[in-house]
Write a protein that binds this ligand. Structure first.
Ligand SMILES: NC(=O)c1ccc[n+]([C@@H]2O[C@H](COP(=O)([O-])OP(=O)(O)OC[C@H]3O[C@@H](n4cnc5c(N)ncnc54)[C@H](OP(=O)(O)O)[C@@H]3O)[C@@H](O)[C@H]2O)c1
Length: 341
């Protein structure tokens, strides 16, 4: 009997905010793996702001490709269990990660480099952590947070670091890594509940950016900031430029304030000149060489309880579009995930 499984397809490109109506869920026959391939039953899949950048006819230059309409969405992280294998090194029952998420089953070719290598089929050690943690702190989220701090030389400590979108997947890790490395960390987020979590559980100074950026930054960091970890762009990057000290650095991780609306650049870029600032864009996937180091340090911090992580879990593949909309709207905390049975 042919096995069937559901997959999410893009029905139309959103105009503004993402809605579930922009997607369709389709039952498709599941193929058997060809020579050198494996069949994976996905159990968890990731929900990432970067997906919004690919829900349009052309993704930003240099970024991952746009999702075609009416087809499965390739290049979305998932973890799952190998069901059939015709590839050396993979056996039924293995826990793996790969980049054919937002579907229940995937035929995966281990030789195919996916998402710059982060999404290439990888066998995971189920003894290290729960499977979905490899989509968060021990996967691309951990790598992005760690690499961002690394590229602006903020792992050595002793400075004042502001992290925006700080209660999110990447931000909450950047906050904790920066603190564990000996920095003074200031965190911002968009609700009082998130600010309370950052203060009370992550132990950093935090403010709600909806109460005002400039005043809050001045109050909490009267001597300025040395490093800004930017996941927001727009008004947040503008405020950072105002408050950065001479020779300050910005780790440009993302610009979520622009993903639905299009570019909204800072108006005060000349401050980068006048203050000798470094604005450093980076991709987690361009820093694969840091993966093992990051996993070693973060798994030790998780074991010791020095680093904690939160998840917002949506259940069932058909909840993935709703999860994406909720995450961009700020309605989730920590890593946003979909559990697929
Ligand atoms: N460079 C890379 O390789 C890389 C890799 C992964 C992710 N990223 C980027 O990292 C950022 C965070 O990703 P994530 O997966 O960790 O998502 P996330 O932070 O878990 O979720 C996104 C959060 O952004 C905040 N946000 C949305 N619109 C905003 C606005 N206009 N102003 C301020 N905050 C806003 C919301 O939180 P509030 O409630 O606080 O508003 C929302 O929860 C994104 O920009 C993403 O594109 C980059």
């Amino acid at each position: 009997m042919t096995r069937h499984g559901a997959e999410v397809r893009v029905a139309r490109y959103p105009d503004g905010a993402v809605t579930p109506e922009d997607f369709e869920i389709v039952e498709v026959p599941v193929g058997h793996p060809g020579p050198g391939q494996v069949l994976v039953r996905n159990t968890w899949t990731s929900v990432d702001p970067g997906l919004r950048l690919r829900l349009r006819a052309d993704a930003p230059a240099g970024y991952f490709a746009a999702f075609p309409l009416g087809k499965a969405m390739d290049g979305v992280m998932a973890v799952g269990e190998v069901v059939e294998s015709r590839a050396d090194g993979f056996a039924p029952g293995d826990l793996v990660s790969h980049a054919q998420g937002w579907r229940e089953y995937a035929v995966v070719d281990p030789a195919a480099v996916q998402l710059g290598g982060v999404g290439t089929l990888t066998r995971l050690d189920a003894g290290v952590a729960e499977p979905q943690v490899f989509l968060g702190p021990l996967g691309g989220m951990g790598l992005t947070a760690y690499a961002g701090l690394h590229v602006v030389d903020a792992l050595r400590g002793g400075e004042t670091v502001w992290v925006s979108a700080a209660a999110g997947a990447v931000g909450s890790l950047a906050v904790q890594i920066a603190k564990l490395c000996g920095n003074r960390v200031i965190a911002s987020a968009g609700s009082d509940e998130k600010v309370a979590w950052l203060r009370d559980e992550l132990g950093v100074e935090a403010f709600n950016y909806r109460d005002g950026l400039d005043d809050r930054l001045r109050a909490v960091a009267p001597d300025g900031i040395d490093v800004y970890f930017d996941s927001v762009g727009s008004d947040h990057l503008e405020a950072a430029l105002d408050h950065l000290n001479r020779r300050g650095r910005v780790a440009m991780c993302g610009s979520i304030a622009e993903y639905d609306s299009g570019p909204k650049g800072p108006r005060n870029l000349f401050l980068a000149v006048s203050k000798d600032l470094t604005l450093r864009g980076f991709r987690g996937s361009s820093n694969l060489h840091l993966m093992a180091e990051m996993q070693g340090r973060i798994s030790a911090w998780l074991r010791s309880g020095e680093l904690v992580h939160r998840e917002t879990v949506f259940t069932g593949l058909d909840s993935a579009p709703r999860a994406l909309a909720a995450m961009i709207a700020g309605d989730t905390t920590g890593k946003t995930l979909v559990s697929i049975g």
